[in-house]
Design a protein around this ligand. Structure first.
Ligand SMILES: [Zn+2]
Length: 146
């Protein structure tokens, strides 16, 4: 479920709940997203730092930007990072710890992998000097691209 901060052309701010970003995009394109206060379908998604031209100088956008924490953009950044990691890594699943060790000690070819590890396992890799990046999911991955 995705909660988006939306605003209509009349400056009414409201929250929209969508199954996903795609669902929002589709519904917006089909004119299905409307302002609960005035029924306007000219809906804009508010960003943490809105680049909206609202056509007047009341500047509600900057106020909104200050009130809204950076949740939306942090989440977007996080999702982007996750997507990038997933596209660039090989999923070794449960073998993550073994594979990370093998690569570190030259027993396996260096590559970017991701997989599952417990916090303890991840910590033990870090203790051995093996660079590990832990996602908020119970997923750890190793960056060998730097
Ligand atoms: Zn409205």
């Amino acid at each position: 479920m995705k909660v988006l901060n939306l605003q209509c052309a009349h400056g009414h701010g409201f929250e929209g709940w969508f199954a996903s970003q795609d669902a929002f995009d589709t519904q917006l394109a089909d004119g299905l997203v409307e302002c609960p206060m005035c029924g306007d379908t000219a809906i804009t998604k508010l960003l943490a730092a809105p680049r909206l031209n609202l056509g007047n100088a009341r500047a509600p956008s900057t106020e909104v930007a200050r009130q809204e924490p950076a949740d939306e953009s942090q989440q977007a950044r996080w999702l982007r990072a996750v997507r990038e990691v997933i596209s660039k890594t090989e999923d070794v699943g449960e073998r993550f710890i073994d594979e990370a060790r093998k690569m570190h000690y030259g027993e396996a070819e260096e590559r970017a992998i991701r997989g599952q590890a417990t916090p303890d396992q991840a910590q033990s890799l870090i203790d051995e000097g093996i660079p590990v990046f832990t996602l908020a999911l119970p997923t750890a991955l190793k960056e060998t691209l730097q």
